[in-house]
Design a protein around this ligand. Structure first.
Ligand code: NDP
Length: 399
């Protein structure tokens, strides 16, 4: 049916490539392109014998001209951006110049400021609309499936949703005292930033990790979770009818938090460049270089993830609560595609989002967040491609 250019060859891209190859009627041809071509070639080798035709390329996604040249030679129907959030705008520029659809899993972040907001990407709306192409923003798990869950709850369960709590629990154990499950630089920027949530149309800011709750996760048990800022709060508060408050919580173990605090205290999580032996270096980038590569955690991570949304709202004039979630087992993911569940839960929705565009189910020119589209075909695909969802009408609530 179509051709996809996948940019990036890390943990998430690896899962997405495997999943595209499990869906060869839609992904007839893919090109894996990244800064380090050997990683793309290694990925291609793992998929020897699949029906999807795979090629590889070297590209610096910070360079719009290089991207345009690659797109013009491969001629994809969609570009799936699985590099880092720093590359979102250059890749969107290249898609505009070549009139190709765009999908990503994380919103743009400038390299020198740890700040997540959609304003930079929403500023492309009119240009994408005029070019007749679609940009699908945030097609990972969170953001991503959490937005699809919200659209599904709105469509099938509620007349209005007043409260959403997004709960992200990773109960996986990789055996290291400290490691991150996806790109360490992006992960640490996210968790060391101030927390925030939206209440009555306004952002309320908290100190990092200031708000803690304990939650009894289905199939996992009790875990400590902390309120974080997260990008989908911004779009869901606009796109879901009736929202009064929306929050995001993520679980962290004590060892992770103690290490993080210590690294913060000695300045290793800073993104301010420092002088070191006559060179400018960024401490957080040095830290990334010494931490385990998230892609290497697969074989050693055991346990499960549970990510989902609790909705409180009204249906037919009555109060209603509803919980939609997915439970994913790290070792099952590893057996299937050679990756742990964090990469898996992001790479599967990235493939599904691109499939929605390639099959013409979600083509509305412009720049759109995932909850703006009909959730039903995406929800079906989650069940089909390894992320089945579960629902509860009587969940424990978060105070
Ligand atoms: P990795 O660090 O494992 O992989 C990133 C890949 O991007 C690497 O192959 C890297 O190449 C490549 N890359 C980086 N810079 C460039 C560049 N300038 N040009 C070309 N390629 C480049 O990250 P992950 O796979 O863990 O994460 C990928 C994305 O997924 C991130 O944006 C992350 O924020 C997002 N994510 C989203 C989640 C969600 O639920 N929505 C959850 C988890 C992650 P090289 O190997 O040469 O460095």
């Amino acid at each position: 049916m179509g051709k996809a250019l996948i940019i990036g060859a890390g943990g998430v891209a690896s899962v997405c490539v495997h999943k595209c190859c499990q869906n060869p009627d839609v992904f007839e041809e893919i090109c894996i392109a990244s800064r380090t071509k050997s990683k793309c070639d290694a990925l291609k080798e793992k998929l020897d014998g699949v029906r999807t035709k795979i090629s590889t390329a070297q590209v610096n996604a910070d360079n719009v001209d290089e991207l345009i040249a690659l797109i013009n030679s491969f001629k994809p129907d969609v570009v799936i951006n699985l590099a880092l959030p720093y590359q979102d705008l250059t890749i969107m520029d290249a898609c505009l110049a070549t009139k190709v659809n765009y999908v990503d899993t994380a919103n743009y972040e400038p390299l020198d400021t740890a700040k997540f907001e959609y304003s930079w990407q929403w500023a492309y709306r009119e240009r994408f609309e005029k070019a007749g192409i679609t940009a699908l923003l945030g097609s990972g798990f969170d953001p991503g499936v959490t937005g699809v869950f919200s659209a599904y709850a709105m469509k099938h369960q509620f007349d209005e949703i007043n409260y959403i709590d997004i709960l992200d629990c990773n109960a996986g154990d990789h055996g290291y005292p400290f490691a991150t499950n996806f790109n360490p630089e992006i992960n640490i920027r996210e968790v060391s930033a101030k927390g925030s949530y939206i209440e009555d149309g306004k952002w309320v800011e908290t100190e990092p990790m200031e708000i803690k709750r304990v939650y009894n996760f289905p199939e996992i048990g009790e875990k400590d979770m902390y309120l974080l800022h997260h990008e989908e709060l911004e779009s869901l508060a606009l796109n879901i009818k009736g929202i009064k408050r929306i929050r995001f919580f993520m679980t962290f173990g004590q060892s992770y938090l103690t290490h993080l605090k210590c690294l913060e205290n000695v300045g290793m999580t800073s993104i301010e460049p420092i002088d070191f032996e006559g060179k400018k270096i960024v401490p957080l980038q040095v830290l990334k270089a010494v931490l385990p590569d998230p892609a290497s955690l697969g074989p050693r991570t055991v346990g499960k993830t549970n990510i989902g949304c609790i909705f409180i709202g009204k249906k037919d004039g009555k109060d209603k609560t509803y919980y939609l979630y997915n439970v994913c087992d790290h070792q099952e993911c590893y057996k299937e595609v050679g990756s742990q569940a964090i990469s898996y839960t992001t790479g599967v929705p990235a493939m599904i989002g691109a499939a929605m565009l390639l099959t013409g189910k979600w083509n509305t020119p412009g720049v759109h967040n995932i909850e703006e589209f009909d959730p039903d075909p995406f929800m079906d695909a989650l069940n089909k491609f390894g992320l089945p969802w579960k629902e509860s009408f009587d969940p424990e609530l978060v105070d």
